[in-house]
Design a protein around this ligand. Sequence first.
Ligand SMILES: [Zn+2]
Length: 97
Amino acid sequence: MDGPPSTPSYVKIFRNTGHEEQLAIYNNVVFKGTQTLITGTMKSLVLSQLHHAHKVIQCTLRLAREHFFRDGMTQDVTEYSRKCATTVFHANIAWER
Ligand SMILES: [Zn+2]
């Protein structure tokens, strides 16, 4: 008889944290499904890579939520986009058309 699938040893279940999901930790990187936790040391690199195409905030947020998670990520992505001179310039041109 087959039982429930066994949980790999590198997967830990965090309970009573507000995040009842299974989080996997592999090589000190935390995953939630297909999303990767953005830690403090990788935050600036991830923000710049997410924003490299200078897309509007909504596009960058969608991309960020697809691949990453972190408390305050929405605010971080929004502030990063609003401070980018290239993105602001192109947004203003689009509004003037
Ligand atoms: Zn930009």
